[in-house]
Design a protein around this ligand. Structure first.
Ligand code: 5CU
Length: 363
């Protein structure tokens, strides 16, 4: 059974040239030639006055041969690439459709160069018209290596419980395209407190990202997206944030809300457990067997898929970045093996078999 990485990012050539030309977040810039170019993407990063703000950006972010070398080094047979955050959320409305086409064609070209090893989730021009968004999903469906779409939690600007997104949910459902939902914006800066700058990226990445995803998908659930589109398939980054752990609490809060229960009685509301088992796939990017076991309990072992989050979380030691194994990869593989124990078939399923089946990677 092949090992498949379904959570692995790139900024293809067109996007890199746009990021290098920008003055505002997101952008790529060299503040100090001795430390090289930096990628500034997170809202929390811009406030820093350091010339080492953001993160170093090297070929792993944009050069497909670096991706293949990384895959070979870690025994990854197949990768499903996605544009990294913040996708095209920042692109002006009038340009978004063209940029999305360019980025998606770049992705398709990279995949075609490594037949059988690379597939991708396409990117949507969410700041453009509904027609452009729907049209790009339909166009992506016709690209040989595209297996779904990636997007963040802001939707059209008002989050994923926005009824204006129904046209998108509808076309994704109709075309059988998986939606890979990934965080970017985190939580408001104030929650991290006055000493946040002493803790690097830990609070926004370890807490902000997963909570953002949890809130976004809970809003989809509360607004009835999964009732209106019962076949919509959503792959949640980072094992669903905290959704598996908090699902019981979400249901309990709904059961104690008279207004929501009245609506539910009238409209045949599906509960979170049903949605988790029929509409939600979870990646296995959670770095511990405890989190994985919660994900398996919530959605089932057949709905969990291995990922690395490459090229984010490189080793701190430079020589390992070049030639050794990445802790961020080995800890995820170990978590899968620890969680499934002797059940080799289940280990193989999570490491690759589920992705091959769900994303049709064998054809
Ligand atoms: O390290 C980071 O900032 C990130 C990021 O922005 N996106 C991601 O997918 N992982 C880590």
């Amino acid at each position: 059974m092949p090992t498949v990485d379904i959570h692995t990012h790139m900024y293809p050539p067109l996007l890199m040239s746009l990021l290098r030309a920008r003055q505002q977040i997101p952008y790529v810039r060299t503040f100090d030639a001795r430390i090289g170019p930096r990628l500034i993407i997170l809202p929390t990063e811009e406030a820093s006055t350091s010339t080492a703000k953001g993160r170093p950006i090297g070929p792993a972010y944009f050069d497909i041969s670096a991706k293949i070398a990384f895959m070979d080094r870690h025994g990854i047979d197949v990768s499903v690439l996605s544009l990294a955050n913040p996708w095209l959320d920042w692109v002006a409305s009038g340009e978004a459709a063209g940029v999305a086409r360019g980025v998606n064609d770049d992705m398709e070209g990279m995949c075609a160069g490594f037949e059988g090893r690379l597939f991708f989730f396409g990117t949507l021009p969410l700041s453009a018209s509904e027609e452009a968004v729907v049209g790009e999903v339909q166009r992506l469906k016709g690209l040989k290596h595209c297996r779904g779409v990636v997007m963040g939690t802001s939707g059209l600007g008002e989050g994923l419980d926005d009824a204006m997104l129904d046209a998108l949910w509808r076309v994704l459902e109709e075309e059988g395209m998986v939606l890979f939902l990934h965080p970017h914006y985190g939580l408001p800066d104030e929650v991290y407190g006055p000493r946040k700058s002493e803790y690097g990226h830990v609070l926004p990445l370890a807490m902000g990202f997963p909570l953002e995803t949890t809130i976004a998908v809970t809003r989809m659930l509360l607004s009835g997206v999964f009732d209106r589109f019962p076949k919509l398939q959503v792959l949640l980054a980072h094992s669903g944030g905290t959704l598996p752990f908090l699902a019981g609490r979400i249901e309990s809060c709904i059961a104690h809300d008279a207004h929501l229960m009245k609506q539910a009685a009238a409209g045949g509301r599906r509960d979170v457990w049903d949605v988790l088992k029929k509409n939600i796939y979870l990646d296995a990017v959670v770095y511990s067997q405890l989190g994985l076991k919660a994900a398996i309990e919530a959605s089932g072992k057949d709905r969990l898929m291995f990922g690395t989050d490459h090229p984010f979380f490189p080793p701190l030691e430079e020589e390992e970045e070049g030639g050794g194994e990445w802790l961020s990869v080995t800890s995820n593989v170990k978590a899968v093996r620890d969680a499934m124990g002797e059940r080799k078939e289940d280990v193989d399923g999570i490491l690759g078999g589920n992705a091959v089946r769900v994303l049709r990677l064998g054809v």
